[in-house]
Design a protein around this ligand. Structure first.
Ligand code: CA
Length: 439
């Protein structure tokens, strides 16, 4: 399949004027999917596509009858309050719908007059999870994160021997994944201080965020039938921003020998819009493996993955404390990184996940793992930025943080940008820490 087609043409403009403004996250080349309704209403949630500062209502689009052919079948799968049916249809159907949407939203489209009535301003919308997430798997694909965190505990030997061979992951919990705007209580848990004789129950003292990408699986595979590396991208519907909150002190006590448990399952937050892999095609880039490192086993190795397996996605974390919010001060940036620094590609994650025959299903979800870059300032968690809580960060208003305080809001943003290509934005995901339940 050719990666680029007429929907990626940088010169395309939309009759939705806000989509043409420079710096817009949702130009006509993006066309991400989400599930929304009018804010504060009792309306049914329904599927939509972001265009500029508007949402194209896919239920109303269906009723308008302007979409025909294979795209109409895909559009019919968008009715209801989740995208799982669309995800299940597979890549050719997603692509047909994207092409129809691109043509209908272009400047000069004959449908413009009719579709004007299918728009709702994003400022008037609220969102829910875009899919019913069956299983959630959390990977650990940033070698910079793994090394920095490992060196806090094992300075001489930060990376465990399997890291450079296996896309490390564990099975997470989907029930506590929430949509942007989520507010959650600081978790209670069992912790044990190094000098304490016995553990105790209390509010988490080392609450952290994790800057991650979320990956929605589209068409699945049959149990027992692995997904080949070069077919893997066709099983991925799209990406979002993902904050995978972590209770570091609870984790430190509970994680051996079976891995994280309650330190991860209290909340995780996704952004509303799912950016399709097709929209990200202009930002594919070479996947590289240092020649001094082990090269992947053959099931994780291909010319296609080498040529275009990585994605150039800029990511950033911002923090707004309760004090900043009350003073009317904007969020401040804590760090930035790029997904192209990931040690494993998305296709490698999918292929590895299914190599044992495990079946993936439409709407299953992967976390990429915390995305940190090679520099300390590119750390995707407070655990790294504060060097394990030893080095407080000073914020512009003079407050300091090693870990998160009650009332803190964490915002993740992401975008793809380069000369000669349309900007593809991810929007943002925000969530806020509430005080723990009183014991
Ligand atoms: Ca994680």
């Amino acid at each position: 399949m050719e990666l680029l087609n007429e929907t990626h043409a940088p010169a395309l403009r939309s009759w939705v004027r806000s989509a043409n403004q420079s710096g817009c996250d949702f130009p006509i080349q993006n066309l991400p999917f989400g599930v929304f309704r009018r804010v504060g209403s009792e309306e049914a949630f329904r599927a939509g596509v972001a265009i500029g500062d508007q949402i194209l209502d896919l239920q109303q689009l269906q009723d308008s009858g302007v979409v025909a052919g294979e795209a109409a079948e895909a559009l019919a799968a968008c009715q209801g309050d989740t995208l799982n049916s669309l995800m299940a249809l597979g890549q050719p159907a997603w692509s047909a719908l994207r092409l129809a949407l691109s043509r209908a939203l272009r400047e000069g489209a004959a449908e413009a007059g009719q579709l004007q009535a299918c728009l709702l301003p994003q400022a008037d919308a609220e969102y829910k999870l875009p899919a019913t997430i069956g299983d959630y798997t959390d990977f650990y694909t940033s070698i910079h994160h793994a090394t920095r965190v490992g060196s806090l505990f094992r300075p001489d030997n930060p990376l465990l021997p399997n890291y450079k061979w296996v896309p490390i992951g564990y099975h997470g919990r989907s029930s506590s994944i929430g949509i942007s705007g989520q507010q959650f209580r600081r978790p209670l848990g069992q912790t044990k201080a190094p000098d304490a004789e016995v553990p105790s129950l209390g509010p988490c003292k080392r609450l952290d965020y994790e800057l991650e990408l979320g990956i929605y699986i589209g068409a699945g595979n049959e149990l027992g039938e692995p997904i080949a590396l070069d077919a893997a991208d066709n099983h991925v519907f799209g990406l979002c921003l993902f904050n995978d909150w972590s209770a570091r002190d609870i984790q430190a006590w509970e994680y051996q020998p079976l891995g994280p448990f309650l330190s991860k399952s209290f909340a995780s937050t996704v952004s509303p819009w799912v950016i399709t892999l097709e929209a990200l095609a202009p930002y594919r880039t070479a996947w590289q493996r240092d020649s001094a490192d082990p090269q992947p086993l053959s099931y994780l190795e291909s010319a296609q993955n080498r040529a275009s397996g990585a994605l150039d996605i800029q990511l950033e974390v911002l923090l707004q404390t309760a004090q900043m919010r009350e003073a009317g001060e904007p969020a401040c940036r804590l760090s930035a990184s790029n997904f192209r620094d990931s040690y494993w590609s998305i296709a490698q994650m999918v292929s590895h996940h299914s190599i044992n025959g495990c079946n993936l299903k439409p709407g299953d979800f992967f976390g990429s793992g915390t995305q940190s870059g090679p520099e300390q300032s590119e750390s995707g968690s407070l655990l790294e930025l504060s060097q394990g809580g030893k080095q407080p960060i000073t914020l512009p208003n003079g407050e300091t943080r090693t870990f998160l305080a009650d009332g803190d809001s964490v915002i993740l943003r992401g975008c793809c940008e380069k000369a000669g290509a349309p900007r593809i934005g991810f929007g943002e995901v925000v969530a806020t820490v509430l005080p723990a339940v009183e014991l």
